[in-house]
Ligand binder design. Structure first.
Ligand code: FDA
Length: 300
C-alpha cells in the first residue's frame, strides 16, 4: 500500500518539477551526495579514503525537451572531466531517458555516444542504468550499438523481469550490475512476489559469477550478501571478478564493513537538483526509510 503511494509520488511530474527549485529537502540530503559537482567530488574523496569506489549518477528523469537532455549530457561530461582532473576512483551511471530516450532514439543515442567516447579516452567506465519496461529494449539496443565501437560500457539486469535470464546470457561478456528491480512493473513482464524476485535474483548472480565477465551485486539485502559470500568461497571466484554495490547513505556501516573485509565495494553516488523521483523510489522500496524524513522534520 505505502509502496504504491510512494511509487505514484515518484512519477508525479508536478512534484518532480517543484522539488528541483527547493534544493535537497525531506531528508534527501542523507541519500543524495550533493547538488553540484564540487560537493560530489568531496563526497567521493571521502569514500575513496576508506577504500570504496563510486559510481556517479547525475539525477534526472522525465526529460521531454531536447534542451534539458543536452544540459544533462553536458553535466555528465563535466563529471567525467572532474573525475579525470581529481583522479578519484569513480565511474558513471546514467539513465537513457535523461539523455532523451523519451524524445527520439537517435538523439539519445548520439548523446550517449558522445559521453562514452569521451569516457573511453580516459578509461572511465559507463554503466547504462535500466529503467522501466518501456525503456528496456531501446536501452539494450543502444548498448549493442555502442559496444561495436567501445568496450567501456555495461548495464544492469533487473531480476524481476521474466526475460532477465535470457538477457544475462546474451550480455555475459559485459560488466553487469544485477539488481532486483526498482519500478512498478505489470505481471505481463515481471515477477510480482518478493519470493520469486529474490529467488531469480540469487540465481542470476550465481550464473553470472560463474560465467560472466564482472558482476556488480547491487543490494542492501544482508541475506543475499551472506549467501553470495559463501557462494564465492565455495566456487573460488576471484576477488577481481565481482564487487558489492549499495546506494549512498544506506547501510553505511555494512558498506564500510564489506570494504574492510577486503571485498571490492562501490557506492552509487547520486547528485543534483532532480532528486525527488529517486528519493520517492527509495521510500517505496523500504517505507522504514521514512525515518529519514521523520528525523528531518523533528530535528528542525
Ligand atoms: P530489498 O529492498 O529487497 O530488501 C531486502 C531486505 O534487506 C529487507 O527486508 C531488509 O531486511 C534489508 N534492507 C534493505 N534495505 C535496508 C536498509 N536501508 N537498512 C536496513 N536493512 C535494509 N534498480 C533498477 O531498476 N535499475 C537500476 O539501474 C538500479 N540500480 C541500482 C544500483 C545500486 C547500487 C543499487 C543498490 C540498487 C539499484 N537499483 C536499481 C534498485 C534495486 O533494483 C532495488 O530496488 C533496491 O536495491 C532494493 O532492493 P534490495 O535488494 O536492496 O533489498
Amino acid at each position: 500500500m505505502l509502496k504504491d503511494i510512494f511509487m505514484a509520488l515518484s512519477e508525479n511530474q508536478i512534484l518532480n518539477g517543484a522539488a528541483k527549485k527547493y534544493g535537497l529537502k525531506m531528508g534527501a540530503q542523507h541519500v543524495v551526495a550533493g547538488t553540484n559537482i564540487a560537493e560530489t567530488i568531496e563526497s567521493i574523496k571521502k569514500l575513496n579514503a576508506v577504500g570504496i569506489s563510486c559510481t556517479v549518477d547525475n539525477l534526472g528523469e522525465f526529460v521531454y525537451e531536447k534542451a534539458e537532455a543536452l544540459e544533462a549530457k553536458d553535466q555528465i561530461i563535466a563529471v567525467i572531466e572532474a573525475i579525470e582532473e581529481h583522479q578519484v576512483d569513480a565511474h558513471i551511471s546514467l539513465k537513457p531517458s535523461q539523455l532523451g530516450l523519451d524524445i527520439d532514439y537517435d538523439f539519445a543515442f548520439e548523446n550517449l555516444k558522445e559521453i562514452v567516447a569521451l569516457a573511453n579516452k580516459y578509461g572511465t567506465f559507463i554503466n547504462i542504468d535500466m529503467e522501466s519496461n518501456k525503456h528496456l529494449q531501446p536501452s539494450f539496443d543502444i548498448l549493442d550499438e555502442l559496444s561495436k565501437e567501445y568496450d567501456n560500457v555495461g548495464t544492469v539486469i533487473q531480476a524481476y523481469f521474466y526475460r532477465a535470464e535470457e538477457d544475462i546470457q546474451k550480455y555475459k561478456n559485459f560488466r553487469l550490475r544485477i539488481v532486483k528491480g526498482a519500478y512498478k512493473e505489470p505481471e505481463e513482464y515481471a515477477y510480482q512476489s518478493k519470493e520469486e524476485i529474490d529467488k531469480n535474483y540469487v540465481e542470476l548472480i550465481e550464473w553470472h559469477l560463474l560465467n560472466g565477465k564482472f558482476t556488480s551485486i547491487a543490494t542492501h539485502d544482508h541475506n543475499v550478501i551472506n549467501h553470495v559470500k559463501q557462494f564465492i568461497k565455495d566456487n573460488n571466484i576471484p576477488n577481481d571478478k565481482f564487487e558489492f554495490q549499495m546506494l549512498y547513505g544506506f547501510r553505511t556501516d555494512m558498506q564500510l564493513q564489506l570494504a574492510k573485509e577486503g571485498y571490492n565495494f562501490c557506492t552509487y553516488v547520486p547528485f543534483g537538483n532532480d532528486w525527488y523521483g529517486y528519493f520517492m523510489r527509495r521510500l517505496a522500496e523500504r517505507p522504514q526509510n521514512m525515518n529519514l524524513v521523520v528525523k528531518q522534520v523533528f530535528n528542525k
